[in-house]
Design a protein around this ligand. Structure first.
Ligand SMILES: NC(=O)c1ccc[n+]([C@@H]2O[C@H](COP(=O)([O-])OP(=O)(O)OC[C@H]3O[C@@H](n4cnc5c(N)ncnc54)[C@H](OP(=O)(O)O)[C@@H]3O)[C@@H](O)[C@H]2O)c1
Length: 279
């Protein structure tokens, strides 16, 4: 099976690295193209044996599954470029949340899926959010979920929950890292603790907390209750945090969804025009 990657930037490159180092794909299975050559050459040095295509059309034509790893507003030009190289037996996967299944089904003859990956796949962890279009059958579903299971935990979601799910699985590592960064900075400033040591304590704590939530059958509320002794230090600090975080997550969700809606409106305009032309 040949798996293509168009766009080998941060996430396209990470997916190739993760699939190859997990054994999910062999170098001979991978074909890739990118707008600029430098990133492709770096990949080829890291992973001898992968095929570097001359252009996106060659990647599209030569792949059974092709991951489109470009930014949302770059999708329309890309689908215009590769559309006539694709057939109904191939699977095209978008990795970006605002591009809708119907946008791609309108302009491409292939089976369409949306899979939102996460930086956590570089350590074979985290969830990939899978939305499968109507043209995929059970075999395609097994193929895609099986492939993604090499680098993380694939979860099927409804397309209408792509944004909110991505807030957790894909943006979440950045959000929690900001929280920890601020905490470590404050700890170093207040007590002189070595930042590197505080970083290790924070990372190990986050890893263990994640395992308690996924394997230990705790809910976030139960964990707070279990750790905080009434009248104790944790309970007092939790009260402060509850007060300080009031409204923060509502505003966070509003922010991610506002940006998503802006991108979606632009994509509707781009794909709507081409949809009318092709109907
Ligand atoms: N980063 C994450 O954690 C993450 C997680 C989930 C989903 N995503 C989604 O993944 C998508 C890509 O994000 P990213 O962080 O990987 O961005 P990025 O680092 O900017 O990578 C995009 C890549 O696409 C290439 N490209 C652009 N237009 C192209 C074209 N027409 N043909 C071939 N290659 C082209 C760019 O080439 P150049 O070398 O010329 O710039 C660049 O290497 C975004 O839509 C993002 O929402 C990202």
């Amino acid at each position: 099976m040949k798996v293509g990657f168009i766009g080998t930037g941060s996430m396209g490159g990470l997916l190739i690295d993760a699939f190859l180092s997990s054994g999910g794909l062999l170098a001979g299975d991978v074909i890739a193209s990118n707008r600029s050559r430098q990133k492709l050459d770096r990949l080829a040095q890291l992973h001898p044996g992968i095929t570097l295509a001359e252009n996106n059309r060659e990647t599209a034509a030569g792949s059974d599954i092709v991951f489109l790893c470009v930014k949302p507003l770059e999708f329309k030009a890309l689908t215009d470029e590769i559309g006539d190289c694709l057939g109904s037996g191939q699977i095209v996967v978008s990795i970006t949340s605002p591009v809708q299944i119907h946008h791609l089904e309108r302009v491409l003859p292939s089976k369409i899926a949306k899979i939102i990956p996460s930086i956590t796949h570089s350590v074979f962890s985290g969830t990939s959010l899978c939305v499968l279009g109507s043209r995929l059958d059970d075999h395609d579903r097994e193929l895609l979920l099986g492939l993604m299971s090499h680098i993380g935990n694939p979860v099927e979601i409804s397309e209408s929950h792509t944004r909110i799910s991505s807030d957790f699985s894909s943006c979440g590592p950045a959000f929690l890292s900001l929280f920890l960064e601020r905490w470590i900075e404050a700890a170093a400033a207040a007590t002189g603790i070595d930042r590197r040591l505080a970083g290790i304590l924070a990372g190990e704590m986050l890893l263990g907390t994640g395992r308690l939530l996924t394997e230990g059958e705790f809910t976030p509320g139960e964990l707070q209750e279990r750790v905080a002794v009434p009248g104790g230090i944790t309970a007092e600090a939790l009260s402060l945090l509850r007060y300080s975080l009031d409204g923060v997550f509502e505003r966070l969700i509003d922010t991610t969804h506002r940006k998503y809606d802006e991108d979606l409106a632009k994509l509707d305009a781009l794909f709507g025009q081409s949809g009318q032309a092709s109907e």
